[in-house]
Design a protein around this ligand. Structure first.
Ligand code: NAP
Ligand code: G4F
Length: 323
């Protein structure tokens, strides 16, 4: 029988970490989830599977704790999904964002280089690196122009991953992920804010939804599809970087229309623009070209935009009804 493979997932309590963990359990991996200390139990997204995995305390800002877990586990695969991932927070906390989202990647790569150099490393890069886009659609060769401390930090994480691959021969790769969402998305991100807001209005729990820039365009996919590509990227003969996207774009206005239509409401009656949700520098348009991932990994997203938003509205209605 083949040896059970060990995967270390940082950010396992986040949206992507929870889907990836489920996927790897279904493939019979032994899972080690890195979790930072909190004053509350942060296992909401993994509550159904937490008994089947090993939880290890460490923080991406702390080299000692990272070294300890990598040297004790010696994982076959490392997925670095942990980050300060909310763009607006990165203007309020630019140094923390840099420590976690940028330097955290180097800390983990250093630990891998020292203690598990044969491991395979996935870095969660972001379409936010394209920022004020220099080409449409964006592909692996499109130059970066980040527009937030978050985007700048992700550019650092991206290049340090490539640099460690080229300097030390590590199997270290970056997935340049475009926005991917799910019922487990944090409430502050626009899709979930809209689907949760829609459900609250439908159930009479709210009567308006304050929003930011309605003209922004994004390439939105389903998180469950994207974690499959992350896994595929670590199963290749040669390490390489990939754009992961749907190739389809929608405005925030279309998102509102689709979400409210799912409960037979007209979004225009409830939405108002609130300046507090506008950003110091906006990313107007993100549209990915997933051709390389399709060709080399055989990956393509299965859930389309309407199915995704319907799934999220349905889930929010159900959760709110339960109370
Ligand atoms: P998320 O839901 O915000 O999850 C972030 C995770 O990082 C959480 O588990 C969080 O732990 C953990 N974390 C934060 N700071 C940490 C620290 N100092 N040490 C250890 N862990 C820490 O993000 P996501 O949507 O799943 O995204 C996963 C990754 O993909 C992130 O790196 C994100 O930047 C990147 N990405 C996401 C998208 C997207 O559309 N979702 C697109 C491109 C790239 P707590 O639970 O304790 O907060
Ligand atoms: O949902 P968002 O906050 O996501 P954003 O900024 O695109 O970042 C997400 O995707 C990145 C990949 O491209 C990830 F790397 C990152 O970690 C994160 O997951 O905002 C999407 C768009 C923006 O243009 C924003 O200005 O929606 C616009 N928007 C309009 N009104 C709003 C709102 N965004 C939020 N969060 N809240 C609003 O009220």
């Amino acid at each position: 029988m083949a040896k059970q493979r060990k995967a270390l997932i940082t950010g396992i309590t986040g949206q992507d970490g929870s889907y990836l963990c489920e996927l790897l359990l279904s493939k019979n991996y032994e899972i080690y989830g890195m979790v930072r200390r909190a004053s509350h139990v942060p296992f909401e997204r993994i509550k159904g599977i937490v008994d089947r995995i090993h939880i290890l305390d460490a923080d991406l800002t702390d080299q000692t704790s990272i070294d300890d877990i990598v040297s004790s586990v010696k994982p076959d695969e490392i997925y670095n999904l942990a980050a300060q991932s909310f763009v607006p927070t990165s203007w309020n906390q630019p140094l923390l964002t840099g420590e976690v989202t940028a330097l955290g990647v180097t800390r983990l790569l250093n630990a891998m280089r020292r203690h598990a150099p044969k491991s395979r490393f996935y870095q969660a890069s972001s379409s936010e690196m394209f920022g004020k886009v220099l080409e449409v659609p964006q592909k692996e060769t499109t130059p970066f122009y980040p527009r937030s401390p978050y985007g700048v930090s992700k550019v650092y994480g991206h290049y340090i991953t490539i640099n460690y691959r080229e300097s030390y021969g590590l199997y270290a790769v970056s997935g340049i992920c475009f926005n991917h969402e799910s019922p487990r998305r944090g409430l502050e991100f626009v899709t979930r804010k809209v689907t949760h807001g829609t459900a609250r209005i439908k159930l009479g729990l709210a009567d308006e939804l304050p929003m930011g820039n309605l003209k922004a365009k994004r390439d939105w996919g389903f998180a469950g599809d994207y974690v499959e590509a992350m896994w595929l990227m670590l199963q290749q003969k040669e390490p390489d970087d990939y754009v992961l996207a749907t190739g389809e774009i929608h405005t925030v206005e279309e998102l509102l229309k689709t979400s409210f239509a799912a409960v037979d409401l007209d979004w225009r009656k409830y939405v108002r623009v609130d300046k507090r949700f506008l950003r110091p520098a906006e990313v107007d348009l993100l549209c990915g070209d997933p051709t390389k991932a399709k060709r080399k990994l055989g990956w393509k997203p299965k859930v389309n935009f309407k199915q995704l938003i319907d799934m999220m509205v349905e889930s929010d209605l159900e959760q709110l009804r339960k109370g």
